[in-house]
Write a protein that binds this ligand. Structure first.
Ligand code: NAG
Ligand code: NAG
Ligand code: NAG
Ligand code: NAG
Ligand code: NAG
Ligand code: NAG
Length: 421
């Protein structure tokens, strides 16, 4: 573990790596980079275009309507939402509104990358739903603020965790959608951290339960005691040191250096698979992937859109849950906890405040979401139903990208939603 920390720190520090000669990781990275470039060069231009287009342009390219909406939070973050109001054919009757919430290091792109008939947002729009995709603070489309500069005021801009996303960003976007559409309730679908922030919102602001018809948690994260993600295990071990380090660097923007990820990828991935380029992606270094269900043509498109930006505090807040086994607010250390919470330890989120119906989709091969942790969440929620995915190889990112996700997840979700219409 100490060795891991030393590697982690030295590779994080731009200062160190520019003066010292880390030839080995550098070499590994440049080889990977060359391989990746060679691979990209063989791609059809259509795929290269999909990896470069912004989400609204990507959606319009495939003949779907797309609107771009912005909301400003009380603490100044400017958030962008992308809406597909209906499918390629518009339905005369008014259909329900769906709010899609992406996970960590992701964005609205998650729901459309696999293309029409495969991406969840397109499938929902084709069924006539009014689909809204959020982008939370810090991500590619919401890296804007009324007075802070994400680069110059880095420490202040990135000084948030998923707690702030759950109590500020998500509620304000839901209010905006409800106002715009004249509906009083919507369906909420969240992947990974997208489910976490829902539990934060409804436990801290229970009135939001009344705005939800039903909530679908895809690979929900709340309790993390049994997760096996190597990167999160490292962070869990050195949470305090990592935060201190970022503090010294004067930023909380989580941007691991590519050399570090190339090294990590080397130990995580099969040596000569095309999938190795994925291992250099922070998202997959945290979540892992399932080679069987991964459509290799999607790789460059995924790489073009992720990772999308996050605060290191989001990662550290998850790592805190790995250690404590609890779903609780940010731990400032016991002295400061007294100031913030009036107690030496941070309060737990009160899951008993959540009464909207919650469907928990989980799978056996998920690095981050262990069955035992889902069962704990299931017993703490009043109104939840656990739904196991019928594929034992299904991993964390498969909910978005797997070739069989439309059959295993999306169709099932739509069948359940029909009961609420
Ligand atoms: C760094 O290491 C490489 C490979 O061992 C070597 O070719 C290069 O000269 C070294 N650079 C410096 C500045 O020491
Ligand atoms: C969405 O609208 C905002 C505000 O008008 C604009 O700054 C942003 O560039 C737009 N985003 C896209 C992807 O077009
Ligand atoms: C970050 O937020 C905490 C409150 O969560 C606050 O105490 C601290 O001063 C903030 N730091 C910066 C640099 O804004
Ligand atoms: C809804 O939006 C309109 C303008 O777009 C605004 O005037 C009104 O205050 C909003 N209502 C609520 C409840 O937010
Ligand atoms: C690596 O690639 C070679 C040929 O490109 C192949 O023969 C070999 O089986 C591959 N190894 C693994 C572990 O996939
Ligand atoms: C794989 O992705 C490509 C590019 O989006 C798509 O054209 C193809 O249909 C996909 N294949 C499967 C089996 O999903």
């Amino acid at each position: 573990m100490t060795v891991a920390l030393i590697i982690y720190i030295t590779l994080q520090l731009p200062l160190f790596s520019s003066t010292a000669n880390f030839s080995e990781p550098q070499d590994k990275f440049s080889i990977l980079k060359k391989e990746t470039e060679a691979y990209f060069a063989t791609l059809p231009s259509n795929i290269r275009e999909d990896s470069e287009l912004l989400v609204p342009d990507l959606i319009r390219k495939y003949g779907y309507p797309c609107e771009n909406h912005t909301v400003v939070t009380p603490d100044g973050y400017i958030l962008e939402m992308h809406r597909i109001p209906h499918g390629r054919k518009s339905f005369p009757d008014k259909r329900s509104v769906i709010y899609l919430q992406h996970g960590i290091l992701a964005s609205s792109a998650d729901w459309v990358l696999p293309g029409p008939r495969k991406g969840f947002a397109y499938i929902l729009a084709d069924f006539g739903y009014d689909v809204w995709m959020s982008n939370v603070r810090g991500t590619r489309y919401s890296r804007k603020h009324t007075y802070l500069d994400p680069e110059k005021d880095s420490l202040e801009f990135w000084n948030f965790s998923w707690h702030e996303i759950g109590v500020i960003d998500v509620p304000i976007m839901i209010d905006y959608i409800i106002n715009k559409t004249n509906e009083n309730k919507l369906f909420y679908i969240g992947h990974s951290q997208g489910a976490t922030v829902f539990y934060v919102m409804c436990s801290e602001k229970p009135q939001y339960n009344d705005k939800i018809k039903a909530m679908f948690s895809l690979a929900p994260i709340a309790f993390l005691k049994h997760m096996i993600s190597p990167l999160l295990l490292i962070v869990a071990e050195f949470r305090t040191e990592i935060l201190a380090l970022y503090n010294v660097l004067n930023t909380y923007n989580f941007l691991p250096r590519n050399e570090f990820l190339a090294q990590l990828g080397d130990t995580l991935c099969n040596d000569n698979s095309t999938f190795q380029i994925l291992c250099t992606n922070a998202l997959f270094a945290i979540c892992g992937f399932n080679e069987k269900q991964m459509n290799s043509s999607l790789l460059p498109i995924i790489m073009g859109h992720t990772p999308s930006g996050a605060s290191v505090k989001q990662i550290c807040h998850f790592a805190q849950g790995v250690k404590s086994g609890k779903f609780q607010r940010w731990d400032y250390g016991w002295v400061s906890n007294l100031d913030y919470y009036g107690d030496t330890s941070p309060p737990n989120y009160n899951l008993r405040n959540i009464y909207a119906p919650v469907y928990l989709f989980y799978s056996k091969n998920d690095w981050l979401v262990h069955e035992l942790d889902v069962m704990k969440l299931h017993t703490e929620l009043f109104n939840s139903i656990a739904v196991q995915v019928f594929d034992d190889h299904f991993n964390h990112m498969d909910y978005l990208y797997a070739i069989n996700a439309p059959d295993l997840i999306y169709q099932r979700t739509i069948d359940i939603m029909k009961h609420y219409n």
